[in-house]
Design a protein around this ligand. Structure first.
Ligand SMILES: [Zn+2]
Ligand SMILES: [Zn+2]
Length: 426
């Protein structure tokens, strides 16, 4: 497979939330003294007096200014690490580990029956920010356009609350890199981060402009779809347009594949349940009177269960092979399963969380519809019981917009609500 095709695939994978890096997560972050100095300075500014508590709004602003993408979150990681080490100072038994740019904090309980996890993702996007906010990104062409700056501020806030009193249960806080593409959840899981601490239940949230500020939305079962990137290259034999019998037309093979593969959705899958297979790019040929030697097709598959996803992968490979045999054009199929599994909330845990939310005065709860967007937390939910919820942040701009500007007033109340909930898990 040529480099151009590979880069095309990588670009297409970036759209779903990027490539599955698949590398070992055991590497430790190299110390970068310059970053450290800068981070130290910022941390000093986040606490006005010794016991004033973290200034989560300022932390969010600091993080918003230093967005980094896909396993490049070094400055972000150093910033978080500096605050975390300050928080856990003098606390015996607390362990801090660094995996790539991620950070894991383990807090042992006094009489644990469970180990409870909380995950915050850390990465930004390769987007030029156009918000005109006073704390807009200082990193060229990079932006926290998915609200992960809020997720980190909330994660730190909950960590601070959990550390502020002795806890019966064990806690594990995971600051995870590369959600927007590197499959950071899988990288950390494969590195043993989650298994090592034997988490009993795990939680995460994602901001959403679809809901008013402060609204909490979730549902038991499938919350969001899984996603796979598909790339097919057909290679035939070039020739004169007037003598097709002496050539193998890759465009014809690709056309046949695209038409046949639609049957996967209409026959093998269930479109009413939200399975979607879309091809976004097709590239091939050089000039009108020459038969194309190669054609590249890239697309994306969304499915609501892992089984459906795997069935679709199998059928795509079979159809590509069948077309190859009938046309004579060689098919090269690349499917990135990655870590973007469907997000399936545990029924019992979700009910407990929702009951708690509904019992709180002034908190609005909404039953969320299934979303066809993908999140690599789905990979964690496949292995560990848990749940994810949307936190409304209002505004008119969607996630990933260069003008995305969530209402940060949601940070303090959600930190209080989640901390109280997590503390009271029996
Ligand atoms: Zn995103
Ligand atoms: Zn996100």
């Amino acid at each position: 497979m040529d480099r151009k095709f590979l880069s095309l695939l990588v670009a297409s994978l970036l759209v779903i939330g990027c490539t599955d890096a698949g590398k070992s997560g055991k590497d430790k972050l190299p110390a970068e003294s310059k970053d450290k100095q800068r981070v130290e300075l910022k941390r000093e500014q986040t606490k006005t007096t010794k016991n004033a508590g973290l200034d989560l709004i300022k932390i969010r602003h600091d993080l918003h200014q230093i967005p980094e993408i896909c396993f490049e979150e070094r400055e972000t990681s150093n910033y978080l690490y500096s605050i975390i080490t300050g928080l856990v100072k003098g606390r015996s038994g607390v362990k801090i580990k660094r995996y790539k740019t991620g950070i894991v904090v383990y807090i042992p309980g006094t009489d644990p029956t469970k180990t409870i996890g909380w995950r915050s993702d850390m990465d930004g996007l390769p987007i030029k920010e156009e918000t005109k906010l006073p704390f807009a990104s200082k990193h060229k062409e990079k932006m926290h356009a998915c609200g992960h700056d809020i997720h980190m501020a909330v994660g730190l806030g909950i960590l601070e609350q959990i550390l502020s009193k002795s806890q019966k249960n064990n806690f594990l806080f995971v600051f995870q890199p590369a959600e927007e593409g590197g499959g950071g959840a899988k990288a950390l899981y494969d590195a043993g981060v989650f298994r090592k601490y034997k988490i009993d239940e795990i939680y995460a949230m994602h901001v959403s402009p679809e809901y008013d500020p402060g609204v909490i939305a979730t549902k038991p079962g499938v919350l969001f779809a899984g996603s796979s990137s598909i790339a097919i290259e057909y290679t035939g034999k070039s020739g004169h347009a007037a003598t097709p019998n002496k050539a193998i037309n890759a465009i014809l093979a690709a056309s046949e594949f695209i038409m046949n593969v639609q049957a996967i959705v209409s026959r093998d899958l269930n479109p009413t349940k939200g399975e979607v297979l879309s091809f976004g790019t097709i590239n091939g040929g050089t000039t009108p009177n020459v038969i194309a030697e190669s054609v590249k097709i890239c697309g994306n598959l969304r499915a609501l269960t892992k089984e459906t996803m795997e069935l679709a992968h199998k059928r795509i490979r079979e159809i590509a092979k069948g077309v190859s045999e009938s046309s004579g054009a060689k098919a090269n199929v690349l499917i990135s399963t990655g870590s973007y599994f469907p997000g399936i909330n545990n029924g019992e845990i979700t009910k407990r969380f929702v009951d708690y939310v509904k019992s709180r005065d002034g908190v609005k709860f909404v039953e969320a519809p299934i979303s066809m967007t993908a999140e690599d937390f789905g990979y964690i939910l496949y292995h560990i019981p848990g749940m994810m919820f949307w936190l409304g942040v209002g505004g008119n701009e969607p996630l990933h917009s260069n003008k995305f500007s969530p209402d940060e007033k949601v940070i303090k109340p959600i930190v209080e609500l989640v901390s109280e909930y997590l503390t009271n898990i029996k």
